[in-house]
Design a protein around this ligand. Structure first.
Ligand code: SF4
Length: 363
């Protein structure tokens, strides 16, 4: 948090809160609210989740102790939190269900088809801070976009941006769940919003829809089974027990959100930064697998996908190719990588070729 100084004009918290809605809309946010930073129940839920080991290899989830659920321990001086959301479903993109149903195509989670959201949100949050500073003078603040130990969904719920659904994503009654979240911790005492109420009701559609059974109970996600974790967070070998269920999902998964009835209210983003890049919404697996490392780096420049690196990119596509309908094109693509320098890639290619063994023998 930057050093705070006396504001240029006396702070009128209610007037500042009223201005936030207009500034947020100008900056492309689809929602904004102010959250109370007391999260005792969410802290208990989070610690239970950690103790169950559901975070898997994500050691960073446990590393910061209670700082994640106690904003004042992470950033001393914090008295309130501004929470924002920004829609990401691209204006133009291939039909998600059709891509998932075509085993020759690779499915990339809709949030990752455009520019890396970390960069977009961070810069907009900084601009929002500049607007606030122009109004009230220097103030202490820090901005976050999935970048620090912050219980962002709990804060967003407290800021009236939505409720945490049984699939553990945030949902808004009027916008669905296809949005990113960002936060500003600040030392200004703003009036807080009433938390959102929950509206899952008796629905449980997301639970059986998860291909790997990662939603082990309502509001309880075993990340070790989640395809987003397996294809993005996990650094090593993807457990064999999940490979068939991964299907053609090569970066993340949207299945629990695709079936959620509230997403019929979701609207495409107006953000050009989230436009689909390089046709990643409808690409042939064999073509993606043929990318050189140089092509991977070029085509994922400025994209969240680049974070997993080329080796894991090939690992993920190898699994999807193993699940693709058998054909000479698919088998040839895999065989071309059978002697790849990476043991991780070779192991996944071996598994994938074994899935096509009858057709390989018949060639
Ligand atoms: S699919 Fe149903 S249970 Fe799951 S998050 Fe949406 S409304 Fe809640």
């Amino acid at each position: 948090m930057t050093a705070s100084a006396l504001p240029a004009s006396p702070l009128d918290p209610a007037a500042l809160r009223a201005s936030l809605d207009a500034w947020a809309a100008e900056l492309g946010f689809s929602g904004i609210g102010v959250a109370t930073i007391d999260l005792p129940e969410d802290e208990t839920h989070f610690l239970d989740w950690l103790h169950a080991g559901f975070h898997g290899e994500m050691g960073y989830m446990a590393r910061h102790g209670r700082k994640r659920s106690r904003p004042t321990e992470l950033i001393p001086g914090t008295v309130s939190c501004i929470s924002v959301r920004m829609d990401y479903w691209p204006q133009e993109s291939a039909d998600a269900a059709a891509t998932l149903a075509d085993g020759n195509m690779g499915y990339v989670s809709r949030y990752a088809l455009g520019r890396d959201y970390h960069k977009v949100l961070r810069s907009r949050l900084q601009k929002l801070c500049e607007r606030i500073e122009a109004e009230v003078g220097p103030f202490g603040h820090r901005v976050f976009t999935d970048s620090a130990p912050v219980l962002e969904k709990a804060l967003a719920r407290n800021a009236r941006l939505g409720w945490i659904g049984k699939h553990t994503n945030l949902i808004d009654r009027h916008s669905g769940s296809y949005f990113f979240l960002g936060e500003i911790y600040l030392d200004l005492p703003l009036p807080v919003d009433e938390p959102s109420t929950a509206h899952c009701g008796t629905c449980a559609a997301c639970m059986p829809a998860c291909p790997t059974g990662a939603i082990v109970a309502p509001y309880r996600l075993d990340a070790r089974r989640c395809i987003s974790y397996l294809t993005i967070e996990l650094t090593g070998s993807i457990p064999v027990e999940f490979r068939r269920a991964i299907g053609n999902r090569i970066y993340g998964c949207d299945d629990c959100q695709l079936v959620c009835p509230w997403n019929k209210f979701a609207r495409p983003t107006r953000e050009k930064d989230f436009d689909v890049r390089h046709g990643l919404d409808h690409s042939q697996l064999a073509q993606l697998f043929a990318w050189s490392e140089q092509e991977f780096l070029e085509k994922t420049q400025g994209s969240a996908i680049r974070r997993i690196g080329y080796e894991r990119w090939l690992r993920n596509i190898a699994v999807a190719l193993g699940n693709a309908p058998s054909s000479q094109v698919i088998v040839a693509a895999l065989e071309a990588r059978a002697r790849h320098p990476s043991a991780l890639v070779r192991e996944h290619v071996r598994w994938a070729l074994a899935q096509h063994a009858p057709s390989t023998a018949a060639r």
